[in-house]
Design a protein around this ligand. Structure first.
Ligand code: SF4
Ligand code: SF4
Length: 201
């Protein structure tokens, strides 16, 4: 290629590049002032899980483990127990004595939600769960189960005021639980720590 043709071709390429840049200057910016402004997600967005209750406050989860079986990422641990006559947690014979989700393993496919016979486990549009500690991503029942006053019987998307700002004790746990105790506090975390050394931490 002659020097003149090379120069012309470079000039055309540069002009095309600058035209794209200048064109973007006058377009509406997609940037939003996060976190004060939050993006509106698609209605079926899959975010952080929560465990729902019935309108009378009883837990929907009956500890059947179907969600754990359906989970392709092996992220859910359920240990069921019999309801005591004087302390009935769910309407069924059993309830989830332990319920844990390792959100780092989760691929947010929603299969747990599909498998659940009582609509207990749901994926909310909430996505803010960043943390520096792996242990904080193993969500136990105290962080998944909605408080009795929040969201009883209603799917998250249909609640009058949307999703509650927090899942009860999330903020408190994040500030007090270090990696080691975060793992020890959950069944799944204990298994990770003792049987799969190198993954915890
Ligand atoms: S969303 Fe999918 S990967 Fe995550 S816990 Fe449910 S079934 Fe498992
Ligand atoms: S969340 Fe649903 S599927 Fe999972 S153990 Fe509870 S009742 Fe069964």
């Amino acid at each position: 290629m002659s020097p003149l043709r090379g120069f012309a071709s470079a000039l055309i390429a540069l002009t095309g590049g600058f035209a794209t840049t200048f064109g973007m200057l006058f377009k509406r910016k997609p940037t939003i002032e996060y976190p004060s402004v939050k993006k509106q997600h698609a209605p079926r967005f899959h975010g952080l899980h929560e465990l729902r209750r019935y309108a009378d406050g009883k837990e929907r989860c009956i500890g059947c483990e179907l969600c754990a079986i359906a989970c392709p990422a092996n992220a859910i641990t359920v240990i069921g127990a019999e309801n005591a006559p004087g302390d009935r947690r769910s309407p069924g014979e059993r309830y989830a004595a332990r319920y844990e989700i390792d959100e780092l393993r989760c691929i947010f496919c929603g299969l747990c939600e599909e498998a659940c016979p009582t609509d207990a486990i749901v994926l909310t549009p909430r996505f803010e769960m960043a943390d520096y500690r792996r242990g904080s991503f193993v969500y136990a029942k105290d962080r998944l189960l909605v408080p009795p006053q929040a969201g009883v019987g209603t799917a998250p998307d249909e609640r009058p005021n949307g999703i509650p700002a927090d899942l009860g004790t999330v903020a408190e746990q994040k500030s007090t639980v270090d990696i080691a105790t975060g793992y020890d506090a959950t069944n799944r975390g204990h298994i990770l720590k003792t049987e799969r050394r190198g993954l915890a931490g």
